[in-house]
Design a protein around this ligand. Sequence first.
Ligand code: PLP
Length: 417
Amino acid sequence: MDAAALRADFPILDQEVNGHPLVYLDSAATSQRPLPVLDAEREFLLRHNAAVHRGAHTLAAEATDLFEDARATVAGFVGAQPDQLVWTSGATMGLNLVAYSIGNASIGRGAPASAQLALRPGDEIVTTAIEHHANLIPWQELAARTGAVLRHIPAHDDGTLDLAAAAEIIGARTRIVAFTHVSNVLGIVNPVAELVALARSVGALTVMDACQSAPHLPLDLPSLGVDLAVFSGHKMLGPYGVGGLYGRSEVLEAMPPFLTGGSMITTVTLDGAEYLPPPQRFEAGTQPIGPAIGLAAAVRYLDGVGLEKVHAHERMLADRMRAGLVEIPGIRLLGDAPGERVGLWSFDVAGVHAHDAGQFLDSRGIAVRVGHHCAAPLHARYGVTASVRASAALYNTVDDVDAFLDAASGIRPYFGV
Ligand code: PLP
C-alpha cells in the first residue's frame, strides 16, 4: 500500500504546523476525509439535495435513490443487508438507541416480541473495564431505570480482557454483553468469538462497539455473530453527524423505537401510532442524507484500497511506533499485549503531564490526543488520569512515525525530568 501516494487525496495533510510538516496522529479521535468524500457530499448538495422518501418530485426521487444506495453500500461494507443498517448520528447515538429501546421494552412498550428484550430487577448487563464512556454510561442509565445490575469484565495489565473472569461473570442472569471490538485507548483487538460464545451460552444479547475497528480491519459483522454493533462515520474517513447501527434482523424486529416522530410510522391517530419495520422504525425525523452519501464514498474509498492492506500497513506503523517508544526512558505503554492490534498506542510520560507532552509534540507539528480519551475508568485502572495517544490511519507514513518518535524522545529532556 502506497500511503505517500494516497496523501494526494487528503490535502489537509500537506501543510506546516508550527514550522514543521504536519504529522497527523489523531485519527482515533477523527479521521481526515479524502477528496472523493468531500466531492460526494458537494455533488449531492449541488445537484440532488432534497428530503428523501415522500417527495413526488424528481430531486426527491434522486435523493432517495442516493440515500438508499448509500445504505446498501455501507451495509455491504460490514457484511450486512441494507435493512440491517440503521442510520444514526454516530456511535454514541447508536448505543443510546439500543439502551433506550431495551428500556422501552422493559416498561412493556413495543410489539409482543419486544418482551424478550425486557430487563427485570436483578437481571445483569455485562460490559468491560476498558470501554469508551459511550459504551458504559448508557448501560449505567439502563441499569438505573430497570433495576438491572451492571457488571464489568476486568482487564489484565497488558490490556487484554480477562476471559476467565468473563466466564465467571457471564451467567444465568446476564441479559446483555456490551463490549468494544478495539479499545480507543489500547488498540488491542478483543476476542469477539469468545465473548459471543459466552453470551450465547446464556442467551444474552451482544452489543459491539466497532468504532475503532471499522476503519482499520476487514469487518464482517454477521460472521462475527454479534447481535448489534455500532460505528461512527467521522472515524472512518466519512463526515461528522452520521454513523451506523447494525442489527441481526430478528433483534431489530423485536426492538421498540427510541426516538419517535415523522418518517417512522405507518398510521397515526390522535391517540396512537403504528410503526414501520426496521430500519425506518429507528429513523425518526430528517436523516443526515448528505453525510450518509459521504460515508458511502468513504467506505468505497477504504474498499478501493483494501482493508487487508490498510490493516497490514497500520500494523507495520504500530510495530514501528512500539519499537521506538519502548526505547524512550520514562515512557510507559498502556496495554502492551503482543497479539492483534490497530495502529495506536497510548502512553504515560513519567514526570510530564499528558497535556504538556501534547503541547510539546504540537510545537513540533505532531498532532496527538491527550486526556482520558473518554475512558476514565480504564485510566484509573492504570493509575493515571490522562495519557498521550498516537493513532495512525491509512494515510500515515513511516516518516510520520519517525518524526513522532524523534519528537517524543525530546519530551522529558525539554521538561527537565
Ligand atoms: N466508542 C469508541 C471506542 C470511540 O472511540 C468513540 C469516539 O471517540 C465513540 C465510541 C463515540 O463515537 P462518536 O463520538 O462518534 O459518537
